[in-house]
Write a protein that binds this ligand. Structure first.
Ligand code: HEC
Ligand code: HEC
Length: 383
């Protein structure tokens, strides 16, 4: 008794100190990790092809040209893309100069080999601080009007300057950014090619970044190939998983829908969300508590960990949430309730381990190797 009292007294004093020490040690370690990540193989100037890649003429397959997707695209109102504009956007996306201390670029937290997501649960900002949520994949955003896990921004062009000015992510002011880019030798020519003269403006920076991001399409997966040949090369497991995904009982495709496997609405999937209220943080409506962006499942194999807070390490865990982990919630989506009512009884899917494994196999057919190896989206500063 006495011992614990003494302990708690000292620990009251010591604990904040220890925490402070621990946090600053973490920050330092994160910062060190950041600096070792980069550098060695980087060129001081971007290495670009003489004739820019053809971003403007990417041809989409027919399942990307449905009425539903055209409607979503019109809501999202994406920017027009030119080859020179997207090429400038690519350089900006990979340029550490966009952060206050030249330590991070957009690509630090949106990595091509992970379909432009981040394998870390939380990303590391320019001074070693951790982001509040898990980073998101950036594919097929042409059809996404609302951005971020809580939908707090409309339109990619309005979004892209936010991480640059975020005090935790890149820590710049827009004035500093313009001055810095103006005095960087390779930018005048790139701005000139994209916009007709060398002037650097915030509008041009956000437009070029938006051009690059919205030309990142993912439609070259095994699933897409299968879509056009009756899934001839699918294994039995993949076929069984596909049936489960689309059969109505799992309800997966009722939210992860269209060729994008996404939904424009944020939804409540019955997860415990005590410290992050999702869409509610933006709207303040009770009925929005616990709703998060219904992200695309394209390249899901590459974008672990999963959910807005990266709580699940594996696809099996993520699927087990739907199978037997859905919690009662006044805002639980009707698609995940027994009565098909909002806030109804959480559904239990009774999927066997084999079913879950088959679903995982199917989800892996959404991996787009062509995209993650495509030089037009790669780091132009890599030698
Ligand atoms: C320090 C890490 C970090 C950096 C640097 C960063 N991002 Fe992000 N990005 C994130 C995180 C984390 C999220 C999710 C944040 C949230 O929902 O609250 C995100 C979300 C996004 C989204 C929303 C995607 C969607 O589906 O809604 C876009 C677009 C985006 N980032 C683009 C960029 C661009 C462009 C840059 C560079 C100018 C950039 N990011 C720099 C971590 C980062
Ligand atoms: C009611 C709509 C809804 C249904 C039905 C649904 N999902 Fe989701 N799914 C979501 C939302 C919303 C998220 C993001 C939740 C979050 O981050 O808090 C999500 C996230 C995911 C993720 C993680 C995505 C990422 O980028 O981290 C996977 C994997 C997933 N769902 C698979 C499935 C599978 C498999 C099924 C069927 C068993 C399914 N979903 C059914 C709405 C739904």
């Amino acid at each position: 008794m006495k011992l614990s009292k003494t302990f708690s007294k000292t620990s009251k004093l010591l604990f904040p100190l220890m925490l402070l020490f621990f946090l600053s040690a973490c920050k330092k370690e994160n910062a060190e990790q950041l600096s070792s990540n980069h550098q060695d193989a980087l060129s001081p100037v971007p290495l670009l092809p003489e004739v820019p890649f053809d971003y403007a003429a990417i041809e989409l397959p027919s399942h990307f040209q449905t009425n539903a997707l055209s409607l979503y695209e019109s809501f999202a109102n994406p920017v027009d893309v030119s080859n020179e504009g997207a090429a400038l956007g690519r350089v900006l996306f990979y340029d550490n100069k966009l952060s206050a201390n030249d330590m991070v670029s957009c690509a630090s937290c949106h990595q091509q080999e992970h379909a432009f997501s981040d394998p870390r649960i939380r990303s590391i900002g320019f001074e070693g601080e951790l982001s509040h949520r898990h980073s998101q994949t950036l594919v097929n955003l042409r059809w996404s009007r609302r951005l971020f896990w809580d939908h707090r921004v409309n339109g990619v062009e309005n979004q892209v300057l936010m991480p640059i000015q975020d005090p935790l992510e890149m820590g710049m002011t827009l004035d500093e950014l313009i001055m810095k880019l103006q005095s960087t030798p390779y930018y005048p020519e790139l701005f000139s090619a994209a916009y007709g003269d060398e002037t650097v403006t915030t509008e041009r920076i956000s437009n070029a970044l938006a051009q690059f991001i919205t030309s990142i399409y993912s439609f070259r997966s095994k699933y897409d190939e299968g879509y056009f040949n009756d899934f001839a090369s699918f294994s039995d497991e993949e076929l069984a998983g596909k049936d489960l995904f689309f059969n109505g009982e799992t309800r997966c495709n009722q939210c992860h829908s269209t060729a994008l496997f996404f939904d424009p609405q944020a939804r409540n999937t019955g997860m415990d969300y005590s410290d992050d209220l999702g869409l509610y943080e933006v709207t303040g409506n009770e009925s929005d508590k616990g709703k998060f962006k219904t992200t695309t499942l394209r390249n899901i194999e590459l974008t672990a960990p999963y959910m807005h807070d990266g709580r699940f390490e594996t696809l099996t865990e993520a699927i087990q949430h739907y199978n037997q982990g859905i919690l009662p919630d006044p805002n639980l989506d009707d698609r995940l309730s027994v009565e098909l009512e909002i806030g109804g009884t959480p559904v239990e899917m009774n999927l066997s381990d084999e079913d879950v494994a088959n679903l995982v196999s199917f989800l892996k057919t959404l991996t787009d190797e062509a995209l993650v190896n495509d030089p037009m989206y790669a780091n132009p500063f890599l030698r």
